[in-house]
Design a protein around this ligand. Sequence first.
Ligand code: GTP
Ligand code: MG
Length: 241
Amino acid sequence: MADGREGLIGRERKRRQPDPGMAQRTTDEIDQKAIEAGRLLFAAECEFVAGATSPEILPPIGLPEVAFAGRSNVGKSSLINALTGRKTLARTSNTPGRTQQINFFRLGGRLMLVDMPGYGYAKASRKEVKEWQGLATLYLKGRPSLRRALLLIDARQGLKPIDERVMSQLDESAQSYQVVLTKADKLKPAALAELRDQVAARAARHPAAHPELVATSAVTGEGISTLRALLAALASPTPLR
Ligand SMILES: Nc1nc2c(ncn2[C@@H]2O[C@H](COP(=O)(O)OP(=O)(O)OP(=O)(O)O)[C@@H](O)[C@H]2O)c(=O)[nH]1
Ligand SMILES: [Mg+2]
């Protein structure tokens, strides 16, 4: 299936079976419902609300938040654009380190999408790198409204030592996170399947990592409806002011 729903279906089926309220529905109907909930959420209005360069100007706690984190150039901003179906909502660039602040996008009054500055970018001045990463770390560690961090990994590069360090940091702060492969269009299906297994096995050693791994492409749309469905489950059920 082109949008990578297979993984979701397998695990959701296991997880949802004991729920007595679901007894009358088939598992496929439930999966379709999740996909539809994701479609609906991401069809809603999405607007830029704030760009924070220091902890004092983070927007007030409100909506549940999902942060897009990962190395510079991994495709964080592109994934936000692909999910929301808006090409230029988050600024993307060929130049690593483009997103230099934490950008907040309010989706349908139900979820805040948070575009993080990338890590592992060597060219910026040391002071700048320290400042962005200080802010990012502070945000990831101490934000009560952060429901999940998505840790993006470039499918062409796989998990790097710096990603593992970030994962360990998230484990230590008990911040739930989920690995998302990006640029899946760059790999042949067999190589992608192998990478998925490899990364999933490594992620399984990290206590705060969510077991589900999603492979995405902002170019082909692979995995986008699956990720929308997963994020819809984290959103506020009703719009908040
Ligand atoms: N082939 C392919 N290219 C992608 C994909 N997603 C992003 N890119 C490209 O990767 C480059 C970086 O994308 P961005 O979305 O700006 O990456 P980022 O992680 O936000 O980068 P920083 O903000 O600098 O940390 C751009 O040239 C994108 O066009 C994808 O799914 N497939
Ligand atoms: Mg960016």
